[in-house]
Design a protein around this ligand. Structure first.
Ligand SMILES: *Cc1c(COP(=O)(O)O)cnc(C)c1O
Length: 338
């Protein structure tokens, strides 16, 4: 029986057509700037995001790191969410490699950072302090889509206090499809945007950092320093091109499937089920039962993420019959607990 892997959208497998595109990719040495497929992907990503240039990197973590190193110098500071990937889940790379200090703040309920609190965290120009240089937002944040009017306020605020603005847009295409706007409309508020090709877009690896030519020139140097200068990487860039051409609009199906899951699981009395947030939802079973429930589902080939709260992520390898099978299994296992 098929394994239904809802742990993350990183588990998506390259389709046959994507593998064909990879096999047929024209390649060269990208460190010399001579890989035509990488160059095509970078141009395509820059164009989609409405930026001057883009840089293909192996991971989202390296993309965020290269952004930090390109925006900030030693002794500078970036402001980000307490639970932001760039701060919490990337090993402190900015501090390790750049001497860059993070200033984390709690996210609000909607995944935004309160701009008054950010204002309070910006350091005065005084030699006691690190130099506040960069504000980092995340969209989607835990699946939540940041409101467009908030982005406008955030960029006006950042400009008014002299901060640059970076978006960790690992899933920014989910946000754009959810809002029904071109991704460039979201990106227009930011100086730099990092996008993962390896999540819901279905590529096996790769992210793109999109920004001004000046910032990307700096980033190209930092990518090399970080060990991310790859050679015939057109083989993987081809998957990214395929993903941008074929797997963006279909993200709407993932959002629909997340809603179907939320609706189905919402009927089970024992569970506290969040609303679907783009392609994610969160399910809280009775205290102390999450691990047992996760294991029982795993025994049926249904894999979930999270801790005491279960995280379910839909993606291109999940269809509506998988949703049905998941809801049915939950119902049976929850009834069995009574
Ligand atoms: C996955 C993710 C990243 C990092 O991507 P990797 O390719 O796993 O390094 C960065 N930010 C967010 C919000 C993510 O979900």
């Amino acid at each position: 029986m098929k394994t239904i892997d809802l742990r993350s959208d990183t588990v998506t497998l390259p389709s046959e057509a994507m593998r064909q595109a990879m096999a047929n990719a024209e390649v060269g040495d990208d460190v010399y700037g001579e890989d035509p497929t990488v160059n095509r992907l970078e141009a395509m990503a820059a164009e989609r995001l409405g930026k001057e240039a883009a840089l293909f990197v192996p991971t989202g973590t390296m993309s965020n790191l290269v952004a930090l190193l390109s925006h900030c110098g030693r002794g500078d500071e970036y402001i980000a969410g307490q639970q932001a990937h760039i701060y919490r889940w990337e090993g402190g790379g900015g501090a390790i490699f750049g001497g860059i200090q993070p200033q984390p703040l709690e996210f609000e309920e909607d995944g935004t950072l309160d701009l008054d609190k950010v204002r309070g965290a910006v350091k005065p120009a005084d030699h006691h302090y690190a130099v506040s240089r960069l504000l980092c937002l995340e969209n989607t944040q835990g699946g939540r889509v940041l409101p467009l009017d908030y982005l406008g306020k955030a960029s006006a605020f950042a400009r008014s206090v002299g901060l640059s603005l970076h978006l960790d847009g690992a899933r920014v295409f989910n946000a754009a499809v959810y809002l029904g706007v071109p991704v460039s409309e979201i990106a227009s508020h930011f100086d730099s945007v990092s996008v993962c090709l390896s999540k819901g877009l279905g590529a096996p690896a790769g992210s793109v950092l999109c920004a001004s030519s000046e910032l990307i020139d700096k980033g190209r140097r930092w990518r090399k320093v970080a060990g991310g200068g790859m050679r015939q990487s057109g083989v993987i860039a081809a998957a990214g091109i395929y993903a941008l051409q074929n797997n963006v609009r279909r993200l709407a199906e993932d959002h629909e499937n997340a809603e179907l899951l939320a609706a189905g699981l919402g009927h089970i009395e024992e569970l506290l089920v969040s609303q679907a947030r783009t392609n994610m939802l969160y399910v809280t079973p009775p205290a102390g039962s999450a691990d047992a429930l996760r294991q029982a589902l795993a025994a049926e080939g249904i894999l979930l993420g999270g801790g005491d709260t279960l995280r379910l992520v839909t993606h291109l390898d999940i269809d509506s019959s998988d949703v049905e099978r998941t809801v049915t299994a939950f119902k049976r296992l929850c009834a069995g607990r009574k």
